[in-house]
Design a protein around this ligand. Structure first.
Ligand SMILES: Cc1cc2nc3c(=O)[nH]c(=O)nc-3n(C[C@H](O)[C@H](O)[C@H](O)COP(=O)(O)O)c2cc1C
Ligand SMILES: Cc1ncc(COP(=O)(O)O)c(C=O)c1O
Length: 392
């Protein structure tokens, strides 16, 4: 129980209150900056000024980036995954501005920091009133938006479990480990952002994938386009690796690679493969199974020539998955290819796309206490899709 007469920081089990507390600390630092503006002309970089500059530097170099991280990586994605209707519309309108503010405030901070560094080191240098005011005004408007639009929405929409998850994420960002030594076996997240029912999913699994993919992008899932591709060798032994999806449509899911690589050799013998997406931020997994075919040379050309030239050259310089003696040898190979090919390298026949033609697509939504939702689509001989719920 906290004593309401004493001003202490709130616990991480009240993450929105912690964020508000951060705002109050930011306001104090901004006031210190104003005080410095008044102090410096008379006293120069005396001990008091040095201490004030140090305090501001410490806060905006360490605490402020973590505060922005809390919002960008946890609070906003969680809200975006939870909000519906008018709340979702409000977020769509407000969040891009908040992210842009963070970038602007970072840039403004860089300008102020170089001045404060000198003052902290006892160098009597002027502090620019304009720079301080721009920085302060950017923060003031930004914090007001968050306190009036974002925080009340989070308090209204988040369940106790979501608040707990947010608080845990914020603690992890600050390197705070739970007091009781946590063992590996105890590491677990409980999911609860959303649900998935037979009525929620679209009739066509590609359309459903498209919906979830867009939602993952909107929720700023890190590398939402990264997927695992599992293949098997001639003896049926599986291997898997991450690649980037480059296209999907009714025909299937496409990525690009070296046809002579390990996966290429395995797919030549056995075209069965499985794709996997895990979008942790939205607590979703998509599993896709089917047979793989090569994209047409025209499609491969189109993608190859759309890549940065250096990546084209790297593809030419690499016998993917073959051993090599050293990094230096690789660099030599790259230089030789760059010399030979110039600015317009030609796509080699051994580099191109694979398209997995799906036979089975499963959508998994994490739920509380491991009682998850799973809906699978299985392609029928007549080309239609049979939809079933699977047990968690
Ligand atoms: C995020 C990420 C994306 C990747 N994307 C690709 C890709 O699109 N194509 C590719 O050939 N390798 C990609 N790789 C490298 C593969 O994971 C792998 O190392 C390489 O394809 C060789 O695999 P193999 O020996 O099984 O054929 C990526 C790796 C990571 C971590
Ligand atoms: C070896 C290799 N090839 C291709 C890709 C796909 O990248 P890009 O988007 O540049 O085509 C990657 C991505 O990491 C890669 O590592």
């Amino acid at each position: 129980m906290s004593n309401s007469l004493i001003d202490t920081a709130p616990d991480f089990n009240q993450p929105i209150a912690v964020l508000k507390h951060c705002h109050d600390r930011i306001r104090k630092q901004l006031q210190t900056l104003q005080n410095l503006l008044g102090h410096l002309p008379q006293h120069g970089a005396d001990t008091a000024a040095q201490k004030a500059a140090e305090a501001v530097l410490k806060y905006f170099d360490t605490a402020a980036p973590m505060h922005h991280g809390d919002e960008e990586q946890d609070l906003m994605p969680m809200l975006q995954a939870t909000a519906r209707g008018a709340d979702a519309a409000l977020l769509a309108a407000v969040v891009p501005g908040i992210l842009a503010d963070h970038e602007r405030m970072d840039a403004e901070w860089t300008i102020l920091k170089s001045q404060l560094d000198k003052i902290a080191n006892g160098v009597s240098t002027p502090l620019s009133v304009d720079d301080v005011n721009r920085f302060s005004e950017a923060y003031a408007a930004h914090m007001l938006t968050e306190e009036t639009q974002i925080a009340p929405m989070a308090k209204r929409l988040f369940t106790d479990e979501q608040m707990e998850l947010l608080g845990q994420a914020m603690q992890r960002r600050r390197g705070i480990v739970p007091t009781s030594a946590q063992t590996l076996a105890d590491l677990r997240l409980d999911y609860g952002l959303a649900s998935l029912s037979e009525e929620d999913v679209l009739a066509n699994p590609i359309a459903q994938f498209s919906k979830w993919f867009d939602e993952a992008l909107n929720a700023q899932v890190a590398e939402a386009n990264a997927m695992s591709v599992a293949t098997v060798d001639a003896e049926g032994k599986p291997t898997s690796r991450i690649v980037l999806i480059k296209q999907y449509d009714e025909r299937g899911f496409t990525w690009y690679t070296n046809y002579d690589s390990q996966k290429g050799q395995q797919l030549a013998v056995n075209p069965n493969a499985a794709l996997l997406f895990f979008w942790s931020e939205v607590e979703r997994q998509v599993r896709i199974e089917g047979r793989v075919e090569k994209t047409s040379p025209e499609e491969s050309d189109k993608y190859f020539y759309s890549r940065p030239v250096k990546s084209q050259l790297a593809a030419l310089a690499s016998k993917q998955s073959a051993p090599i003696g050293s990094r230096a040898q690789m660099e030599e190979n790259y230089e030789a290819v760059a010399q030979a090919q110039g600015e317009q390298p030609k796509r080699p026949d051994y580099w191109g796309g694979y398209r997995l033609v799906p036979e089975r697509i499963e959508f998994w939504q994490g739920r509380r206490s491991r009682f998850h939702d799973r809906i699978v689509y299985v392609r029928q001989p007549d080309g239609t899709w049979l939809k079933q719920r699977l047990q968690p």
